[in-house]
Design a protein around this ligand. Structure first.
Ligand code: IPE
Ligand code: IPE
Ligand code: MG
Length: 237
């Protein structure tokens, strides 16, 4: 009997965690960890393209991360803007389409303007879709979804009786993407930290102890291989 090839997840979502601890272990400021994490992003992008993953969502900045010291938030925003500016030609060359989810208007103008330029510049690409979660919170997304539903009901576009998970999903930031199949978290923490709460209902979870800046293509392949061995039952037998 021929064995079937390991299934590749269509959508991989990553909680990129551990930059600060990576830096601390090296006696470096936290922002150096964030800077080093950019290399891991490139690795994972390449890895996903090679594996033919269709969607990659990266948790880059949470709603709660605004609580961090001003200087760290600023460093992260400058890094984001620079990353987008530097990498957009590479994204175009690699046929990657950039998208973003979250309360994007809360980002500093320079970052959000660059983000929109990069999204625009990659809009016609047909390869991997890279979705950056920025100023993103799962609860905030659900609240925004509820507000959108209420607006639609008030305006007579939606009959409340028709509301079900599929319909509600169309009111979320992620309405254009399938739910993640595989959720990876680095740095060993066993929590969701307000990431894609609605969408990960049936995602397979993979946690590695490695800090994000140490995460390489081989680690992605290992996570995907592990995913390939899972039995997904979705509540059935
Ligand atoms: C993840 O690394 C990056 C962001 C949350 C922006 P952290 O900065 O959370 O690193 P640790 O968890 O403190 O090590
Ligand atoms: C989650 O990491 C957010 C991102 C990776 C962007 P955090 O470091 O903010 O999460 P907690 O505080 O450990 O839950
Ligand atoms: Mg962290």
């Amino acid at each position: 009997m021929p064995t079937t090839a390991s299934p590749v997840p269509r959508h991989v979502a990553v909680i990129m965690d551990g930059n600060g601890r990576w830096a601390k272990e090296r006696g470096l400021p936290r922002r150096e960890g964030h800077r080093a994490g950019a290399d891991s992003v490139r690795e994972v992008l390449e890895g996903c393209t090679e594996l033919k993953v269709e969607f990659l969502t990266l948790y880059a900045f949470s709603s709660e991360n605004w609580k961090r010291p001003k200087a760290e938030v600023k460093a992260l925003m400058v890094l984001l803007e620079r990353f987008l500016k530097d990498k957009t030609p590479e994204l175009i060359e690699k046929n990657v389409r950039l998208q973003a989810i979250g309360r994007l208007n809360d980002l500093p103008a320079a970052a959000v303007n660059q983000l929109h330029r990069s999204i625009e510049a990659t809009a016609d690409n047909s390869g991997l879709t890279l979705i950056l979660a920025l100023s993103y919170g799962g609860r905030e997304e659900i609240i925004d979804g509820v507000k959108s539903v209420l607006r639609n009901v008030q305006e007579g576009h939606l009959d409340p009786a028709m509301l079900d998970p599929d319909v509600f999903g169309k009111h979320l930031y992620t309405r254009y993407y399938p739910d993640p199949d595989l959720l990876i978290r680095t740095s060993g923490e066993m929590r969701l930290s307000n990431f894609l709460l609605w969408q990960v209902s049936y995602a397979e979870i993979y946690v590695t102890k490695k800090y994000w800046p140490d995460f390489r293509k081989a680690d992605l392949r290992e996570a995907v291989a592990d995913y390939g061995k899972r039995q997904r039952r979705f509540g059935a037998v």
